[in-house]
Write a new protein. Structure first.
Length: 402
């Protein structure tokens, strides 16, 4: 059988999941990352494992997908998931009135919830504000490490033959006869340029997906949408704490190891390479955290950062970033003179595995082969194995398929 050569551009969570799924199906995979693995958006989110409850009011299907994927991740990566559960807390009367509608939407998405009093919520999490009137428990919520889970996906991909290169900047995508044929890459370690022939190229560049597509002369309708998060020292709650209201700024507190993260905001930018954390957002995030957990802002400050999400639609076509879609799309550019080039837009960390499966299915369809996926069944290897594999691969750094 003629073995197809698949190049993935982007070493974040999406690229990791795609590389793993294709590797499990027996394909030859080569992944290129211009900086450090997970150094972009992937390594900068707060690490919530979404049950789907946050999205239930707006889109039941996305909520159901999140729930399915949390169940799969708990099965294939139990050591990387913290089964915290979640509490959606009502701080105002308006939020308390929202509880019934919220629970109804969750029920329609098969997400289990329970309404408890403010007193019961504080018995579970004593650091909660006395202003909390009631809360909704969501057992399926959880958290995970933003670096370790993708590292485990990378390790699995490498176990199945994938070759990974960091500091490999793609500077060109070539086509021939209306199909993708090669990528040109600048090795930032040696400052040498290489040409890698490819039958399929997958653009998994996250918020940079538009810039990467432009290398093939393709105009993508993508808007990088950054958000700010703030971390403080101290674990104020074991559960993920969310505001009981429609998604808004500063409405989630996620416990991560011995610190707590409040997030996030959302705005629009034209350039994901030029994102700075607005200084006024830090005290604002701390204030919003205090509304749920009053001691939050008095804790030792740890860090503040911003990262961009790759959301669908152009910046000039939208008025508010939260109107942008978080849904995932795999775009095949066959009608733009680049058959075999796929660009990935949208999505979220909780559904990385499903995103990888969707892309692999489309690649198989394009190639004309039926190769069943098993990414929902195969357990992930220990994440530390990724670093050993990477050391072995980088001892002989060759941009080739052999």
């Amino acid at each position: 059988m003629d073995q197809k050569r698949i190049v993935i551009i982007g070493g974040g969570g999406t690229g990791a999941a795609v590389a793993r799924d294709l590797g499990l199906r027996g394909y030859s995979v080569l992944l290129l990352e211009r900086d450090e693995f997970t150094g972009g958006t992937t390594g900068r989110h707060h690490g919530q494992l979404h049950s789907g409850a946050r999205y239930a009011m707006g889109d039941r299907e996305i909520a159901r997908e999140c729930l399915r994927e949390t169940e799969i991740l708990r099965r294939i990566a139990p050591d990387l998931i913290e089964d915290n559960g979640g509490l959606f807390v009502a701080v105002t009367d308006e939020e308390a009135d929202y509880a019934s509608q919220f629970r109804g939407a969750c029920a329609e998405a098969d997400i289990r919830t329970e309404l408890i009093s403010g007193k019961q919520a504080r018995e579970i999490e004593p650091a909660l504000s006395q202003a909390v009137r009631c809360a909704v428990t969501v057992p399926a919520d959880g958290s995970f490490d933003a670096w370790r889970l993708p590292a485990a996906f990378f390790a699995s991909a490498m176990e199945h033959g994938a070759k990974l290169f960091r500091y490999a900047n793609v500077i060109g995508i070539e086509t021939s006869g209306g199909s993708v044929s090669a990528v040109r890459v600048l090795d930032r370690m040696t400052n040498k340029e290489h040409k890698i022939e490819a039958d399929v190229v997958i653009n998994a560049g996250g918020p940079w997906v538009g810039k990467i597509a432009a290398l093939a002369g393709i105009d993508m309708e993508v808007t990088p949408s950054p958000g700010t998060m703030v971390a403080v020292q101290g674990r104020f709650a074991d559960k993920v704490i969310s505001r009981l209201r429609p998604p808004n700024d500063g409405d989630i507190i996620v416990p991560q190891r011995s610190f707590s993260i409040i997030g996030t905001t959302q705005w629009i930018t034209d350039d994901p390479d030029r994102i700075e954390t607005p200084p006024e957002e830090i005290p604002r995030m701390l204030h919003l955290a205090d509304e749920m957990i009053p001691a939050f802002s008095s804790a030792p400050f740890r860090a503040a950062w911003s990262a961009a999400r790759p959301l669908a639609k152009r910046a000039h076509e939208v008025k508010a970033a939260r109107a942008l879609s978080r849904d995932f799309d795999c775009v095949h550019h066959e009608n733009e003179g680049a058959a075999g080039l796929f660009s990935l837009v949208g999505g979220k960390a909780t559904v990385l595995r499903a995103m990888g499966e969707i892309v692999a299915d489309q690649v198989c369809s394009y190639i004309g082969e039926e190769r069943q996926g098993s990414s929902d069944q195969e357990k992930l290897p220990p994440y530390r194995r990724f670093y050993r594999f990477l050391k072995e691969q980088e001892s002989e750094r060759k941009f080739s398929w052999i």
